[in-house]
Design a protein around this ligand. Structure first.
Ligand SMILES: NC(=O)c1ccc[n+]([C@@H]2O[C@H](COP(=O)([O-])OP(=O)(O)OC[C@H]3O[C@@H](n4cnc5c(N)ncnc54)[C@H](O)[C@@H]3O)[C@@H](O)[C@H]2O)c1
Length: 254
């Protein structure tokens, strides 16, 4: 019997890499995808059963072609995690139309394109697949500084998750989101520098502020998020769909 197949986007770094490693440990053959092929290859090389493929999630034809190539090679697709995302901190009044567009192309359209390609394949294969989208704490509250375009793009992911879950339920496909908080990744390092500059303070003091804002009293790790994704794709979550699970140490409770 062949291993179950799981695809992860933006898996060359941070949260996506942790999700890929977690899925590998749980017995999946992991398709580690990223716009940065070398980063994906490095992560795949650390996983027992994995392969790396280049994917820019903002390109619908590329998403369809990549999923088709997985199905052609493995004849199955069990799990899809749409995790790739970008951020750029700036004041709402300074966000350009092109920054806004790029944000939506990756954070929202990318989740749509990949989810659509994965769902089409799962339906064709008759697989009761599981899809997980990485949203954010900023998908549930707009009280987030300097990330208006990101907030809008992530709120959209929550609506999309529900619509996908509703339409795909008759096919036995479950769709959920995870909403991380302040996760220590390269994205966070960039955000610490931006926020420090915008507030006229240091990265260290922004970091302290974020930790103070987190009742469980530390920054989140990529593994904290990966464990919840592991739960969502497991049979323990077999009656769970359309949900957006906060995993943020209590930084935002809803
Ligand atoms: N770090 C946090 O605090 C945090 C909090 C909430 C949500 N998130 C979300 O988690 C996800 C992962 O973030 P991270 O912190 O690991 O960031 P990261 O920057 O460390 O990793 C993101 C990865 O996505 C890849 N990527 C960028 N554009 C892409 C594209 N067009 N197509 C495919 N891959 C692309 C990058 O190459 C990178 O490897 C994102 O969706 C992010 O919005 C992060």
């Amino acid at each position: 019997m062949s291993l179950p197949i799981a695809g992860v986007t933006g898996a060359g770094s941070g949260i996506g890499a942790a999700i890929a490693r977690m899925l590998g440990k749980r017995g999946f053959h992991v398709i580690v995808t990223d716009i940065d092929l070398m980063a994906a290859q490095k992560v795949a090389s650390e996983i027992a059963n994995a392969e790396a493929l280049q994917l820019d999630v903002s390109k619908p034809d590329a998403c369809n072609a990549l999923v088709a190539s997985i199905v052609e090679k493995h004849q199955r697709l069990d799990v899809w995690v749409s995790n790739a995302g970008i951020s750029k901190m700036q004041r709402f009044v300074d966000i350009s139309p092109s920054d806004l567009a790029r944000n939506f192309e990756i954070n929202t359209y990318g989740v749509f394109y990949c989810g659509q390609a994965a769902a089409k394949a799962m339906i064709k294969l008759g697989t009761p697949g599981r899809i997980v989208n990485t949203a954010s704490m900023a998908a549930k509250q707009g009280r987030v500084p300097f990330l208006a375009d990101y907030v809008a793009s992530k709120f959209a992911v929550l609506g999309l998750t529900q619509a996908m879950a509703f339409e795909l339920a008759p096919h036995g496909i479950r769709v959920n989101s995870v909403c991380p908080g302040f996760v220590a990744t390269p994205m966070q390092t960039r955000e610490l520098a931006w926020e420090a500059e915008l507030r006229g303070t240091s990265s260290e003091s922004v970091k302290e502020m974020w930790i103070k804002d987190t009742p469980l009293g530390r920054l989140e790790t990529p593994e904290d998020v990966a464990k919840v994704v592991g739960f969502l794709v497991s049979d323990d979550a077999e009656f769970l769909t359309g949900e957006s699970i906060s995993v943020n140490g209590g930084a935002y409770m809803d």
